[in-house]
Design a protein around this ligand. Structure first.
Ligand SMILES: NC(=O)c1ccc[n+]([C@@H]2O[C@H](COP(=O)([O-])OP(=O)(O)OC[C@H]3O[C@@H](n4cnc5c(N)ncnc54)[C@H](OP(=O)(O)O)[C@@H]3O)[C@@H](O)[C@H]2O)c1
Length: 342
């Protein structure tokens, strides 16, 4: 007889990525969704009132309260703003709860990778040092034994899955910057009241934001092992889509590197990675091909010493809740793909 499914909380379960985690966990065969938790000031809410994909009365969220912590779960997914996630992760870990944090609170380890204008004073430096960066395909073993997993950001997930194989194989010219052109649907910004995200402003539009100033650039640089001398030039844009994300990477290659080298590096890296689909040279991913899946689709081309690599994911799935469940599967010794659409 299989042991009882470990209870799991989704904290921030009324937000965009939290709702996705609730949906996935609600029908996961290996875990029991124990509580859906929202901000402390909120009352109890029926999730069908927030997202009509939920049946009326099926799942309710409760406000975060100290009482809840008296009965801690086996694991918690935190889909919260950074500061709330940092504090709660510490409380949960003290009670023996394993944590997958979807926020940026535990991703950037070194001050040198932090954008200069942000300053760097982490509220939980010991936990920051302990956190495992949860890019599932590249950290399976460390994730399996981790207490605290820092789920990667959405743009870094798409970028790193395409870039890490080429960097590790030494194919990229170390003298040239890596250029990342990112485009995301509007849920990437969370559910927020801001003029730029009103329908009339976002619809039929494409808007750059935080160009060369986005916190995902240092996250990408850190995961690649780049120091300040190797910049990542990152320009994100919002597309008039609810969900889905694409990154187009422009790379100068080392002398003599050609298309077959790129193909070999990518294929060698993802032979046993069911969520990474390599489309091939001159075969381009599309956002509609990955939406509502946990997949990352990658295509590429090489000409005149340069490569362009394009990757696409669903920002709420492989970019957030899907990868969080993938990591939870790894942490609890389940099949990596369990409960996830590929
Ligand atoms: N959206 C994405 O594509 C994406 C991708 C990767 C990572 N992330 C990260 O995931 C986290 C959640 O993002 P999101 O886009 O899902 O955000 P969101 O839609 O704005 O939802 C935020 C959630 O956090 C809750 N919350 C806010 N302040 C809280 C507090 N002080 N204590 C407890 N709960 C609080 C909210 O509850 P109420 O409903 O009660 O306000 C809501 O459930 C963020 O750190 C974000 O950077 C998001």
């Amino acid at each position: 007889m299989e042991p009882a499914a470990p209870p799991v909380w989704v904290v921030g379960g009324t937000g965009y990525s939290g709702l996705e985690a609730v949906r996935l966990l609600g029908r996961h065969p290996g875990f029991r969704l124990a509580h859906v938790i929202a901000s402390p000031g909120a009352g109890e809410r029926d999730l069908s009132g927030i997202d009509p994909l939920f049946a009326p009365g099926a799942i309710r969220s409760v406000p975060l309260s100290p009482n809840l912590l008296e009965e801690p779960p086996a694991a918690a997914l935190l889909a919260l703003p950074d500061d709330a996630a940092a504090g709660l992760a510490a409380d949960l870990l003290e009670r023996g709860v394993r944590v997958v944090d979807l926020s940026g609170a535990f991703r950037i380890r070194e001050a040198s990778h932090y954008p200069a204008h942000c300053g760097f004073e982490h509220p939980k430096p010991a936990l920051l040092a302990e956190a495992v960066y949860g890019l599932s395909e590249w950290q399976r073993q460390h994730i399996a034994s981790a207490r605290l997993v820092a789920n990667p950001g959405c743009y870094p997930t798409a970028t790193l899955l395409a870039l890490l194989p080429l960097e590790r194989a030494g194919l990229i010219d170390p003298q040239s910057p890596v250029v990342v052109d990112g485009k995301s649907g509007a849920t990437g910004a969370g559910r927020r009241l801001e003029a730029a995200y009103l329908f009339a402003e976002a619809n039929e539009n494409c808007r750059p934001y935080s160009v060369l100033d986005h916190r995902h650039a240092p996250e990408i640089a850190q995961a690649l092992g780049f120091g300040p001398e190797r910049p990542v030039w990152f320009a994100p844009h919002v597309l008039p889509l609810s969900r889905g994300l694409m990154t187009t990477l422009y790379l100068r290659l080392r002398r003599g590197v050609g298309g077959p080298d790129i193909t070999a590096a990518l294929s060698g890296s993802y032979r046993s990675s069911p969520f990474v689909r390599l489309l091939g040279e001159q075969k381009w991913p599309e956002i509609r091909g990955v939406v509502r899946t946990n997949r990352c689709d990658i295509g590429w081309t090489v000409a005149n010493g340069a490569a362009v690599v394009v990757s696409a994911i669903d920002n709420l799935m492989k970019g957030a809740a899907g990868q969080a469940i993938q990591n939870l599967n790894l942490m609890f010794g389940r099949e990596e793909t369990e409960g996830l659409p590929s």
